[in-house]
Design a protein around this ligand. Structure first.
Ligand code: KIV
Ligand code: ZN
Length: 510
């Protein structure tokens, strides 16, 4: 990891990303994302904060055991219990890293910690030493570094490096820095911390003012060699620097940065989809690199120019980020081999049982829809992933609705319990979705409030698959659910089951 021309990519989607309000993930979902991050080629996966919850402890333990070839980090506040829990979770990892942090700015020292400078410094050093007792790879973060007195920050960094910290991470915790002030701080650290050459210098930028990518890239220009980021910029409040923007910035402007990364950029689009699908955070259409419009040219002048020469209006090749640009369309006459090939091109390498299930779902869709596009296949695969995961407690087996402008909307649903028992119930409601949700509630009986319901067509056309995203709140936590079908009532029912199953898996039965 010490090649000075290589930028280390530290992904914190599973830790800071999950701190985004409403982005809670199950242990299985976290493992799935970690495995995709490994394919993407990130150097470090911050898998969670083991002391924070049993779920985090289990997720970090599982990822540490199953994901090989990538450094696995766990977060710990600067206190003994956190450090011990981090190690407990990490000990099965091939390359473990304990990441410990403490607030260092006056605001944090005074109001959050109620400690003076010396006490914070002593605690930081003691906890780096404790972490070093467990593993050689230790990262230290002075939280709120950009609002910390620079002279104090320099002394503290020197002290923790003397205790053996191998990575020094400079967080812009509240997204306060401007690109030029952040670069100046990094340069000052390089010049004023005498032992800084003994550690990798990293940054962790939040996006409160929309500057997280700009700040990260300025810091790279100023000499840092690790950037902490998340897929789709997910994270606390306005989020973190987005991995795809930082990586594509460095790749596209190699002339400026002269750096490489380990990232297999062709996995970027797929990783973005997976994270969006699991968390329910829809990627805005105009999002850089991975938004639906990122490579769409609406103006006639642009279209004409791009057809003549792509680089006239495209600074990145969509193929390089794994964009599914194919115009290839499947239909009801397409066979198993054709579907398998198309799915492989889209990055889905399925085992035979999964492939058989995918083929059945594809045939059902092709019967309803003349043309099955890549976007349809993505929606189909996402739906399949949601219903084959071990997170599924109840399975939606049947849903039937009667409604109309003179009818009382009535729904009948049949769910399968984990033991395979079928339970049928029915309810009326204000509308068909309300009736379906009430019928499901009669069986599952988990109190919750629906806070969001949205439908998005996956492709154009009246026969398009509709993707429903919902959020439900229960005991102060928010859970997302998604479902896809050409019938939006069925999609809504699937989304509700998905949200309920995730609630049951993350929170257990209330
Ligand atoms: O934003 C922050 O300061 C953090 C630290 C724990 C690195 O997330
Ligand atoms: Zn953060």
């Amino acid at each position: 990891m010490s090649d000075s021309n290589r930028l280390i990519i530290f992904d914190t989607t599973l830790r800071d990303g999950e701190q985004a309000a409403g982005a809670a993930m199950t242990v299985e979902e976290k493992l799935e994302i970690a495995q995709q991050l490994e394919k993407l080629g990130v150097d470090v996966i911050e898998a969670g904060f083991p002391y924070a919850s049993q779920g985090d402890l289990r997720a970090v333990t599982l990822i540490a055991e199953k994901v090989r070839g990538t450094c696995i980090a766990a977060l710990a506040r600067a206190n003994p219990k956190d450090i011990d829990a981090a190690w407990e979770a990490l000990k099965g990892a091939e390359e473990p890293r304990i990441h410990t942090f403490i607030g260092t700015s006056e605001i944090h020292r005074l109001h959050q910690l109620r400690k003076d400078r010396e006490e914070v410094m002593e605690l930081a050093c003691a906890m780096v030493r404790r972490a070093k007792g467990y593993c050689s790879n230790v990262e230290f973060s002075p939280m709120d570094a950009t609002r910390t007195e620079p002279e104090y920050l320099f002394q503290l960094l020197k002290a923790v490096i003397d205790q053996g910290a191998t990575t020094i991470n400079i967080p812009d915790t509240v997204g306060y820095a401007m690109p030029h002030t952040f670069a100046a701080l990094i340069k000052a650290i390089m010049e004023n911390v005498p032992n800084i050459h003994k550690a990798v210098v990293s940054v962790h930028c939040h996006n409160d003012l929309g500057l997280s990518t700009a700040n990260s890239l300025e810091a790279v220009s100023a000499g840092v060699r690790q950037v902490e980021c998340t897929i789709n910029g997910l994270g606390e409040r306005a989020g973190n620097a987005s991995l795809e923007e930082v990586v594509m910035g460095v790749h596209t402007r190699k002339d400026l940065f002269g750096l490489t990364t380990n990232i297999n950029t062709r996995e970027i689009y797929r990783t973005s989809r997976l994270v969006s699908d699991i968390t329910g955070f829809v990627v805005q259409p105009n999002k850089a690199v991975v938004g639906a419009n990122a490579f769409r040219h609406a103006s006639g002048i642009h279209q004409d120019a791009v057809l003549k020469e792509r680089t006239t209006f495209e600074i990145m090749d969509p193929v390089a980020i794994g964009w599914p640009g194919s115009a290839l369309v499947l239909g009801k006459l397409s066979g198993h081999a054709g579907l398998r090939k198309r799915l492989q091109d889209l990055g889905y390498n399925l085992e035979s049982e999964e492939m058989n299930k995918a083929f059945v779902a594809f045939k059902e869709l092709a019967d309803k829809k003349r043309e099955v596009t890549d976007k349809d296949l993505e929606a189909l695969m996402a739906d399949q992933r949601r219903t084959t995961g071990t997170t599924e407690t109840y399975r939606l087996d049947h849903v039937q609705v009667s409604c109309g402008d003179h009818d009382v909307p009535t729904a009948t649903v049949r769910l399968l319990t984990p033991e395979g028992q079928a339970i049928t119930d029915a309810a009326t409601g204000a509308g068909p979705v309300d009736a379906v949700y009430k019928a499901i509630n009669r069986i599952v009986q988990v109190p919750n409030t629906l806070t969001e319901f949205s439908v998005r067509p996956v492709t154009e056309g009246i026969d398009a698959i509709g993707e429903v995203t919902i959020r439900i709140d229960s005991r102060g936590k928010s859970f997302v659910g998604r479902g896809a079908s050409t019938d939006i009532i069925v999609a809504g029912a699937k989304a509700y089951m998905n949200a309920l199953n995730r609630l049951l898996s993350i929170q257990g039965r209330p």
